[in-house]
Design a protein. Sequence first.
Length: 207
Amino acid sequence: MEEDRLYFVAIGGPPLLGILLAKQMHAPAIAYVVEDGTIAPQMPMPTPPFMIGAGLASSRAVAWTDMNTVDFHAGLGYIDYGVLAAVQVDQFGNFNSTFSGGDFDHPKRRFGGPGGATEIASLCWRTVLMTRLQKRKFVNKLDFMSSPGYLDGSSGARERAGMPRRRAVPRRHRTRAVRLRRCDAAHGAHRRGALVERRRGAGRHGV
């Protein structure tokens, strides 16, 4: 997590915990926006039992708005990173958080769905995905595309789909064992692949 950046974080779970850990360890000046519209809260430590939609979770926030308002801010380019969790991720950074196995009407397992993740992945300048390093998580074809990355991987695919121009796409994917990095076209290298940086010790790469 980078200092002096604004993050749009999914409600609860590893994305929000990662933000809070970064603020405590090495980046106290980062701020985050939550899907319920809370802007730049200062959550006390230890964290309250309910990290979202509770008074302490929104303590000393700059503003309490709503989901539409913070989505508009992201669409205008005010939010640097989206931080999200994923059930499946494909080679183009598209990801699934809806179901796995079977089909939409008869899934083997259904999850909570993307919530505001689709807007976050579409509108923030960059996206950080968090999941476990498991073969079933990294697939060639998603069971369902909940939120967009590069779509079909072709040049200009996101713009053709109506997403804002010059927005970056999933750039990092954080797991317990490795960090996968993919740069967008504007950054040049690694457009078609992922750079795998193996962690050789706990905390070497920070959060």
